[in-house]
Design a binder for this molecule. Structure first.
Ligand SMILES: Cc1ncc(COP(=O)(O)O)c(C=O)c1O
Length: 476
């Protein structure tokens, strides 16, 4: 929406005549929905009451009451003499989103974290044999082991983005890279554009950074709209950073092609927004290989890329990295060192061996994931035919649309039957996605089938309530 354009908002709100009275509550609910799913950006001015009333053919009192309701519920705030501005209510404080300890008899599909391949042991055996040559030194490598930085730089160069080792900082996984980048690039009150839905731990890190999240609704079925929508919202809100996953987005599976990446980078260039590109899932193309990194399309100082070995090899490695201009990498290293002087050497040596033999390991990993994905899709189709289950071309998860907003209730109910899942609202910045469920296909096929049996056994018995906008009921 163009700031202040009453007719644009009126078109988005649509016809209210069929809604249950009072009319002001229906109008507030429609606007709330537009903010929650990102069609209306956070932090923009709503049209003047008189203009919106005229565009919607409602009385001004109705619009005044609707705006008041939005303000009371946290979806808008008033700025003295400057109108009413969209905002997000605080939402549920979920706390840390970390995998639970394995429990006998419990199926854990709350996190998309594959088991380690056998090559991990081979890599650590080779790393141990390597270690003696490094033992005479002090063992501190604040930006990472030089040979690992060189290998990661080579990975980017081979993907079409020329990179030197000085442009790489080794981190303790992708999330660590994200928090280091936020620490350096974000100041209090800055805005960060996020895809909506998005990866919960990054959302949590963004919240903790003091930045304001500006959600943009994305739809994996419509990747062509993503660049235009993000560009529009970036122009309206001038975010400092945009946290993006162009390769099998978590949780939607969205994949942008080269042309879409080019348009997205050009759009962010227009608002001077730095793209913080999370490539955690980039190696997990099951039906397709992604285009060159988004950073290859962006101005060098407007792209920071995050990578990790957690999903390609194993989360237990805790090896990831940041890629940026060499001068920025120096600032990022200074920030990283404040929390951790240097990463573990043996893990980094093992990472070098894993990368050297990556092709065969990854081929087997992708084959396994493809078979698991297909079998989960098939089981869901047979047992829960009313669910919409788009098949992502890669990544680790399905993002299912449920026939009613029952995600939280469903997750509660299956937990009592020994199945752990993450409900849709986990992936939202406000109170959206009560009708979505993320299902990882990282477990063996028999576990996935058992999970579908449990889901099917409880799904039909749940009342089709709408807890989406009642924060007190958003319990995972
Ligand atoms: C999109 C995305 N980014 C980052 C991470 C965190 O990765 P790491 O374990 O390397 O910190 C995950 C893990 O699930 C993820 O899905």
């Amino acid at each position: 929406m163009i700031d202040g354009a009453a007719s644009t908002l009126a078109a988005l709100v649509g016809e209210l005549a069929s809604e249950r009275p009072p009319r002001y509550a229906a109008l507030a609910a429609r606007i709330r929905l537009l903010i929650a799913d990102g069609r209306l950006a956070v932090g923009i001015r709503l049209p003047a009451e008189r203009e919106l009333a005229s565009a919607l053919q409602l009385s001004r009192t109705t619009v005044t009451a609707a705006y008041r309701r939005l303000r009371e519920d946290g979806w808008a705030n008033a700025r003295h003499g400057a109108g009413t501005w969209t905002s997000l209510p605080a939402g549920t404080a979920y706390g840390a989103w970390a995998p639970a300890l394995p429990t006998a008899g419990v199926l854990d599909l709350a996190h998309a974290a594959p088991a380690a391949p056998p090559e991990i042991v081979t890599a650590f055996t080779a790393a141990l044999a390597d270690l003696p040559r490094l033992l005479p030194g002090h063992g501190y490598y604040p930006a990472g082991l030089p040979e690992l930085r060189a290998r990661v730089a080579q990975l980017y160069t081979s993907r079409g983005l020329a990179t030197t080792p000085e442009q790489i900082l080794i981190t303790a996984g992708a999330l660590n890279g994200i928090t280091v980048a936020l620490e350096v690039l974000i100041g209090p009150g800055d805005r960060i554009l996020i895809e909506h839905p998005s990866y919960p731990n990054a959302l949590d890190a963004i919240r903790a950074s003091g930045a304001r999240a500006v959600p943009v609704a994305i739809d994996a079925a419509d990747p062509a709209a993503v660049a235009a929508d993000i560009t529009r919202v970036a122009r309206q809100t001038s975010p400092r950073l945009a946290y993006l996953m162009p390769d099998f987005q978590n949780p939607t599976g969205l994949l942008l092609d080269a042309e879409q990446r080019g348009r997205l980078a050009a759009g962010l260039h227009g608002s001077g927004t730095v793209a913080l590109v999370d490539e955690t899932l980039v190696e997990l193309g099951l039906d397709i290989t992604p285009a060159a990194p988004l950073a290859a399309f962006a101005r060098a100082d407007l792209a920071v890329t995050v990578g990790t070995l957690s999903k390609t090899f194993w989360g237990g490695l805790r090896v990831g990295w940041l890629r940026a201009e060499a001068t920025l990498i120096q600032r990022l290293t200074a920030a990283a060192v404040r929390a951790q002087l240097s990463g573990p050497v043996l893990e980094q040596l093992a990472a070098c061996h894993l990368l050297d033999a990556a092709e065969a390991t990854l081929r087997a990993h992708r084959d396994r994931l493809r078979a698991q994905r297909d079998s989960l899709v098939c089981a869901l189709g047979a047992a829960l035919p009313s669910w919409q289950v788009p098949v992502p071309p890669g990544g680790l998860v399905l993002w299912c649309r449920l026939p009613a907003p029952i995600s939280n209730a469903l997750v509660d109910a299956v937990r009592r039957r020994g199945l752990r899942l993450a409900a849709g609202p986990r992936f939202g910045a406000g109170h959206a996605f009560a009708d979505r469920l993320r299902l990882p296909y990282t477990q063996p096929i028999d576990v996935l089938r058992r999970a579908v049996e449990i889901l099917a056994a409880v799904a039909g018995a749940l009342p089709a309530t709408d807890p989406g906008f009642a924060p007190s009921r958003l319990v995972v």
